[in-house]
Structure formats: structure tokens, C-alpha cells
Design a binder for this molecule. Structure first.
Ligand code: FES
Ligand code: FE2
Length: 399
């Protein structure tokens, strides 16, 4: 099967890209936000409903009732499952029909009905779903390091929603050049660590490197006051996880000397889950193992200072203005105005080598999934502590 770039951003159940993504566990909600009412979610072009039954079991079912299609977003929660408000059909978390109050006679009809359902698991505050072909025997849900308690503190940000294709965000992390250009007047421009590591006049070298979990971009620059290289890595975990290694220094403004001596104490995972071809959600989880008990309060304070500078001219009605000065707003303006990968006119240069390599790796993974093979990083190795890490190193490394 020939996979092209145009297959990458499509996420529906009949598309090769969507079938590839469905081979992995994907976050679909936060434990802290799942109350005693059903929650409508669209995941990879499928309308679903997430709920917790009266016994505490979590279910992810098709949103439209198998009877005549009313939305289960308005269903009632019961101990045994979820009851459609229209005619009272009751489903358990596995999609099994338990009751049809309007049907007389035995349970034969009930036994014939099955509501779409997907396996779910909770881990470290996130709810993951597996929507792939092996529902009875899914791959293991990886013990992603920031989701497992190991002596530090965790922070889960509110879920962020984006109105453009997920892959625009993902491949942006394979493109370090934008960091010192697009973000050169915001947090990355302000930073003082690593001898002005991201200076646009003297940018770091970078190389994309394949890893067992996906790939990483290794940026490096000779250290000025000592031997070795200052290194800053961004990781792309398959299929849709990002880790930025330098949050502590770029946004937390941690003492640059600490970076030179010890490196970073934070893991910063961003899990992306496509809602459809034109929108996705992001679940951001940080895990901090350093000495500052108030680290996340400090980080929040520092991030508040990163408001976009509003120097709009009175006639400037462009909808995404202002954006300069805030890294996240800068990313949205640029990624959100690109068309889908495979549908854009592009002229790729040498500085796009990370993006080119990533797209090839993703096309290969999609092809593997289409051929029934396990795609890359479906089974990830744990370290000695039982954790699955993305090794985004930030610090000084011997040359
Ligand atoms: S539509 Fe749900 S029970 Fe009839
Ligand atoms: Fe960015």
C-alpha cells in the first residue's frame, strides 16, 4: 500500500491515518473532569460519550443510541450503566444492552443490540481509550513517566482545544528553526541560559534522530565557559506525544547556572488527541522532581507574564491578533493557518530535514498498520523503575 503525505492528517475510521492512530491508546478525558453526567466527545471523527457508571466504572460508548439515535449525552447514569432518555434503553460500559423497557417478552432483542464501545483505562489522572482492532487484547498502555508517581509532583493543565489539524502541531516540534524565528521575541528570545542558546544570530545546530519511541530533535551549541555542548532536545513520541525538555528554563526562568550544572528536573508531556481532521485536544502533564515544592506555582506566575503584546493599530482587525509575545499564541497563528499536510503547496529546504524525516517515519508506520504489522512504538520499553520515558535531555553533554 502506498501511503502519501495526504494520508497523514486524516483521522476517520476508514482512513489509513486514522487506522494507524487507533492502534495506540489515546487520552480522551481527565479523571478530575468526569462528573456524574455523561460527557460528549468526538475522537478521531467518531461521536462518543464518556461517563462513569454508579459503580465507578468508566465507559466510552457511541454517542447515538442504537435504538433510534438520540444522544446519550443526555442519558441518566445508573449503577449498571447509562440509560437513554428517549425510550429508556440501558447500556453497560461494554455497550451491552441490559434493558428495553418498551419491549415486551424476553431478552432476545436486547441481546441482539450492541452499542459501540471502546476499552478505557485511567492512568495518573488521564483517561485513555483504545479504539483499534484488538479490543479484546489491546497493546499495553505504556507507563508514561509523568503519569506514574515516582517521588515528584505532577501537574495536569486544563485540556486545550485547537481548531486545526493535529499533525500541524506535531510536525512543528520537528522544526526547531521556528523557535528562534517565530518565538525570538517571546520566551525563547528572553532566555539567558546556555549562552543565549536560541539566539537567531547564532542559532544552535540541530539534527533529527530516530529513537525507539519515535524521534527527537537534538539542538546543540558549544558551551562558552566550559568544555562540552549545551544540548536541548525536543521529543516526538509516536503517535502523537510531544515533550519539550526546556520548560524549566524557558518559561520557569530557572537559574541558567543550574542548567549548566545539573540539567532539567521536569518532564513536560503533551498528548494530542485528534477530534476530527480539523481539530484536536491537548492533554499537558508535567512532572517535577527538583527541590522547589512550589515549582508549579512559580511556573504559573512566570507564564502569566507571557501575555501577547497588544500594540495593534486601530485598523488592524485580523482575527488572531495580537499574538507576538506569547509562545502558545505564536504557534497557533502559524500552525493554525497552514492547510493540511499533503494539501499545501510547499518548498522544503534543508532546514526542514526534521519535518521530512518525521513524515517519512509516519508514512512507514501508517503502512505497517495497514499491513497488519505492529507500527513503531506500539510496545515501549520501561526503564529499571518501570517508567516509559521520552529522553528529552537539556543540559551540558561532553562532546
Ligand atoms: S433512542 Fe434511545 S432508547 Fe430509543
Ligand atoms: Fe513553537
Amino acid at each position: 500500500m502506498t501511503i502519501t503525505n495526504a494520508d497523514i492528517p486524516r483521522v476517520g475510521p476508514e482512513t489509513p491515518g486514522g487506522q494507524w492512530l487507533r492502534r495506540y491508546w489515546m487520552p480522551v478525558g481527565l479523571t478530575s473532569e468526569l462528573y456524574d453526567i455523561p460527557q460528549a466527545v468526538t475522537i478521531m471523527d467518531e461521536a462518543l460519550v464518556l461517563f462513569r457508571d454508579g459503580e465507578g466504572r468508566i465507559g466510552l460508548l457511541g454517542q447515538h443510541c442504537a435504538h433510534r439515535g438520540a444522544s446519550l449525552e443526555y442519558a441518566d447514569i445508573e449503577n449498571a450503566g447509562i440509560r437513554c432518555p428517549y425510550h429508556g434503553w440501558l447500556y453497560d460500559v461494554d455497550g451491552k444492552c441490559l434493558e428495553q423497557p418498551s419491549e415486551v417478552g424476553g431478552k432476545e432483542f436486547c441481546a441482539k443490540v450492541r452499542q459501540v464501545s471502546y476499552p478505557v483505562r485511567e492512568l495518573g489522572g488521564l483517561i485513555f481509550a483504545y479504539m483499534g482492532p484488538n479490543a479484546d487484547n489491546p497493546p499495553p498502555l505504556p507507563n508514561y513517566s509523568p503519569l506514574i508517581d515516582h517521588g515528584g509532583i505532577r501537574q495536569i493543565e486544563p485540556v486545550r482545544h485547537f481548531d486545526y489539524n493535529w499533525f500541524n502541531f506535531y510536525e512543528n516540534s520537528a522544526d526547531p528553526v521556528h523557535v528562534w524565528i517565530l518565538h525570538g521575541a517571546s520566551a525563547y528570545g528572553d532566555q539567558t541560559w546556555g549562552d543565549r542558546f536560541f539566539s537567531a544570530d547564532d542559532p544552535p545546530d540541530f539534527e533529527p534522530v530516530e529513537t525507539p519511541y519515535g524521534m527527537k530533535i537534538v539542538m546543540s551549541k558549544p558551551a562558552a565557559d566550559k568544555d562540552g555542548l549545551v544540548v536541548d532536545e525536543m521529543s516526538l513520541g509516536f503517535p502523537s506525544i510531544l515533550q519539550v525538555g526546556d520548560t524549566e528554563f524557558v518559561h520557569g526562568k530557572e537559574d541558567p547556572q543550574k542548567l549548566m550544572n545539573k540539567g532539567s528536573d521536569i518532564e513536560h508531556f503533551m498528548f494530542m488527541t485528534p477530534k476530527d481532521d480539523n481539530s484536536f485536544m491537548m492533554f499537558t502533564v508535567d512532572y517535577y522532581t527538583g527541590p522547589d515544592e512550589k515549582f508549579f506555582e512559580h511556573l504559573k506566575e512566570m507564564r502569566k507574564r507571557e501575555e501577547p503584546k497588544d500594540d495593534r493599530k486601530p485598523y488592524d482587525k485580523r482575527p488572531l491578533m495580537p499574538f507576538r509575545g506569547n509562545v502558545r499564541a505564536e504557534d497557533i497563528v502559524t500552525q493554525g493557518t497552514q492547510k493540511l499536510v499533503g494539501e499545501r503547496q510547499e518548498h522544503l529546504g534543508t532546514s526542514d530535514r526534521g519535518v521530512i524525516m518525521l513524515r517519512k517515519m509516519v508514512r512507514d508506520a501508517i503502512a505497517d498498520a495497514a499491513e497488519g504489522k505492529d507500527p513503531k512504538a506500539l510496545h515501549l520499553e520501561e526503564n529499571a523503575e518501570g517508567l516509559v520515558k521520552l529522553d528529552s535531555f537539556v543540559g551540558v553533554r561532553a562532546e
